[in-house]
Design a protein around this ligand. Structure first.
Ligand code: GTP
Ligand code: IMP
Ligand code: MG
Length: 337
């Protein structure tokens, strides 16, 4: 697994955090670099009986030997980053690029008070959209301007490319999901930049020729927070009766839900150039699969579903999530992706 990009196949919250943390520990990944928008992301990592909900630190943190980096394309909120560095005790191995743009209190206020952003689009209110606007206007502060970040600055593209050149294992961590992309999503109900695999690479400064695998993460059903179209959307009552109820990691909002969408999945494979995929939350759709770590022990309805995903998307399902914890994974790789 020399250089793998991990991205979301639907509308974010597919469980990228859990799959990335599994890969980091299992493959003893050398370097993990975060791309994506900024603190609008919230990844849950359940490890050692504890659930971490992180917005800035790469989800690979459970492996103590992994260098944790934030690429220059990502927006950094220093208050959130410093708190998380403390929470996971990662000061010695956490670095962010001096060109990361800084989210300031004014960006957060604007995001939360704007009738258009918070009201119509249903943004996360974390200041990401207004910060990206200032970045494009070229008036934003960058990490080099923040004294509290001084000890954490490093040339992230150089660190990542050197690691790739030395044959080390590198994970590029995407956030959000394909259909929240500013270019490829359900505009205007989208986030403030592109979030497909090509952009995640650009966020951390890795060129397309350096990428070996693109791992697309799907949930076994589709969820969406905030406004915008969701084909096949179920009523709240139906969602609850299926046991699919979820709440957002960052905002606590209820996630809307629909059955797995094969059309969206095929389009996500195309837009990301995916070479393989992961399916999370199989245990929620097929409760008898909870905690299983062996493909052969799944029920026939669960294996039929996985095989249908492979037939329709034409890519292999290499990883399957059967519970929230890092260990609850069926790994169908041959050693690596
Ligand atoms: P963003 O970066 O914000 O898009 O989030 P994410 O893709 O990292 O996902 P997030 O952690 O927000 O949501 C996924 C939820 O599903 C979390 O509550 C996870 O703990 C949970 N989860 C992930 N995989 C599995 C699984 O296989 N089974 C079960 N039961 N829960 C899972
Ligand atoms: P923003 O990125 O905060 O501007 O929000 C724009 C849209 O993207 C809203 O519908 C949000 O709910 C959604 N969104 C942004 N980040 C995430 C995420 O990490 N998971 C799920 N939805 C997200
Ligand atoms: Mg999330």
């Amino acid at each position: 697994m020399p250089c793998t990009v991990v991205v979301g196949g639907f509308f974010g919250d597919e469980g990228k955090g859990k799959m990335i943390s599994y890969l980091a520990v299992k493959d003893r990944v050398d370097v993990a670099a975060r791309g994506g928008v900024g603190t609008n992301a919230g990844h849950s990592v359940t490890w050692n009986q504890r659930t971490y909900r992180l917005r800035m630190i790469p989800s690979a943190f459970p492996n103590p030997g992994t260098k944790l980096l934030i690429g220059p394309g990502v927006l950094v909120d220093p208050t959130v980053l410093l708190k998380e560095i403390d929470e996971v005790k990662a000061a010695h191995r956490m670095r962010c690029d001096p060109n990361c743009a800084i989210i300031e209190p004014e960006h957060i206020r604007e995001d939360q008070e704007s009738v258009h952003l918070k009201g119509k689009i249903g943004t996360t209110g974390t200041g990401c959209g207004p910060c990206n606007v200032d970045r494009i206007k070229r008036v934003v502060k960058t990490a080099v301007d923040v004294p509290a970040l001084k000890d954490y600055l490093a040339d992230v593209p150089k660190l990542v490319n050197d690691a790739i050149g030395e044959g080390k294992s590198v994970l590029l961590e995407g956030t959000q999901g394909t259909f929240l992309s500013l270019y490829h999503g359900t505009y205007p109900y989208v986030t403030s930049k592109d979030v497909t695999a090509s952009s995640i690479c650009a966020d951390v400064g890795v060129g397309p020729t350096k990428v070996d695998e693109v791992l697309l993460v799907f949930k076994a059903y589709v969820t969406r927070v905030g406004a915008g179209p969701l084909d096949g959307e179920l009523s709240e009552q139906d969602v609850d009766s299926r046991g699919w109820t979820e709440r957002g990691t960052v905002t606590g909002r209820r996630r809307r839900a629909a059955p797995f969408n094969f059309d969206l999945a095929r389009r996500a494979v195309m837009l990301n150039g995916a070479t393989c995929c992961a399916i999370t939350k199989l245990d929620i759709v097929f409760p008898e699969c909870r905690g299983k770590t062996n493909f052969d022990s799944l029920s026939s309805s669960a294996t039929d579903f996985i095989r249908r995903v492979e037939t329709e998307t034409k890519i292999p399902v290499r990883l399957i999530g059967t519970g929230p914890s890092l260990e609850e994974v069926i790994d169908r790789r041959n050693g690596s992706i």
